[in-house]
Ligand binder design. Structure first.
Ligand code: NAD
Length: 254
């Protein structure tokens, strides 16, 4: 039985993780951590320090907020707890610095997106990137999302940039008319990323590639937070066998 602590257990993602872990046969929630959480089937601590002091968990799952996740990990990793992190917004440098705090045999697993469809979308985008001189990423999320662009969009742009090895020649920010800064999107490693926020969306993304006379669109739509749960459970089951920093669910998908 894998003992799991869920950080952010009162949130949209955290509460879905609590339900998914509870429904699985090979793991259980031993505690939650959330300043707005309430005691129920398991204790809920107001801070990571209180949870670490109580102990009793092998894996910490974090779905909190970009402003607090690094601090949570800074406290948890040195104790040797494997961490499965969905909270977005941390740079690669921060992740490497945090992973270095963990003793040998401890894993920091971070997935910008836990849906299998989004992982495949990124892999398809990587495969297409060398063949198209232009690429733009369009992401659509609910309006309570705290970071823009999304972690998935940033990761997709990075993968496109690495795979193609050239800069797009499409017109950029210099063509934006006065008073409309940002119309051409944010440049992430040379790839324009456009972020839409609206009620109605959970998390969608489309990557559009262009070359002479043709475009290729790769689109992923996630309409329910349940779509993330198989990936989160796979992460919880897999971290015990890995050590150090692992970024991306693709590392655990056959
Ligand atoms: P949310 O605002 O609904 O929930 C966050 C929860 O964290 C809240 O209940 C809040 O009280 C709690 N919290 C705040 N500070 C805390 C702390 N110091 N310790 C413990 N808990 C704390 O947010 P959400 O929609 O559930 O999203 C959470 C994060 O997950 C966001 O960064 C979001 O972008 C990310 N996310 C990632 C994926 C993925 O596949 N990787 C998917 C969806 C969302």
């Amino acid at each position: 039985m894998i003992n799991v602590a869920v950080c952010g257990c009162a949130g949209r993602m955290g509460s879905t993780v609590v339900n998914a872990v509870t429904a699985a046969d090979d793991m259980q929630v031993v505690c939650g951590i959330d300043p707005y959480g309430e005691m129920g089937e398991f204790p809920v601590y107001k801070s990571i320090e209180e949870a670490l002091e109580a102990g009793g968990f092998d894996v910490l799952v974090d779905f909190t907020a970009p402003a607090v996740v690094a601090e949570n990990l800074r406290k948890a990793l040195p104790t040797g707890v494997d961490c499965v992190v969905g909270t977005t917004g941390m740079s690669n440098e921060t992740l490497e610095e945090l992973a270095a705090l963990a003793p040998e045999g401890t894993c920091l697993f971070v997935a910008p997106n836990f849906t299998t469809g989004a992982v495949l979308m990124m892999q398809f985008a990587k495969a297409a990137a060398p063949y198209f001189p232009e690429a733009e990423v369009f992401e659509y999320h609910h309006c309570n999302k705290k970071d823009a662009p999304s972690g998935t969009a940033i990761r997709t742009a990075q993968m496109i940039a690495e795979a193609r090895g050239f800069e797009s020649a499409a017109p950029g920010a210099e063509t934006e008319i006065e008073g409309c800064a940002g119309a051409r999107g944010a440049l992430v490693e040379g790839v324009p990323v456009h972020s839409a926020r609206s009620m109605g969306f959970v998390a969608n993304q489309e990557v559009i590639f262009g070359s002479l006379g043709q475009t290729l669109s790769i689109k992923h739509e996630s309409w329910d937070r349940e779509s993330y749960m198989p990936g989160v459970l796979l992460g919880i089951r897999s971290v015990g066998e890995r050590s150090g920093l692992v970024v991306g669910l693709e590392n655990f998908m056959d």
